[in-house]
Design a protein around this ligand. Structure first.
Ligand code: CUA
Length: 156
């Protein structure tokens, strides 16, 4: 394969790794403040998405009666009285799906008051790794192709 074809193929692959949209992934890790409204018998939003490494502050507000929020796996427990929000900050250092459940008896359907925290892997990190690996393979392929061209051109 000629060198310029290899260069183009790897440049395109690198671009794909860098800009292709990955489903459900938020690109920047950082500070996140998420307001959660609790009302018999649901949280709004019901699903919270953050990126691994984010410093997450949950602000729980109760609209009707006192509700709680216990976050499995992160050991966060909040209780909000109507009119008085409560907050907790933690670093989302474990990827995966974590159940939220109401930790204060708030009515007949209290056991079914659930939500979910989704911690997605830090995608910029994996993109950088992907591009690095591609660049390494591309360089080897490029150099090998060059060597072959030189040998083929050499007089017999
Ligand atoms: Cu809301 Cu129990």
């Amino acid at each position: 394969m000629p060198r310029f074809v290899i260069a183009i193929v790897f440049a395109l692959l690198g671009l794909l790794v860098l800009v292709a949209p990955w489903p459900g992934i938020i690109l920047s890790a950082g500070e996140r403040e998420i307001r959660i409204l609790a009302k018999q018998y649901a949280y709004t939003p019901g699903v919270i998405r953050v990126t691994r490494g984010d410093r997450v502050t949950l602000v729980l507000e109760a609209e009707d009666v006192t509700h709680g929020l216990y976050l499995d796996g992160y050991d966060v427990d909040l209780v909000a009285v109507p009119g008085r929000a409560s907050r907790a900050t933690f670093v989302a250092d474990r990827p995966g799906k974590f159940r939220l459940r109401c930790s204060k008896v708030c009515g007949t359907l209290h056991p079914f008051m659930l939500g979910e925290l989704v911690v997605t892997p830090n995608s910029p990190f994996w993109r950088v790794i992907g591009v690095t690996i591609l660049a390494a393979i591309g360089t080897v392929a490029f150099l090998r192709a060059g060597r072959r061209e030189v040998t083929e051109e050499a007089p017999a």
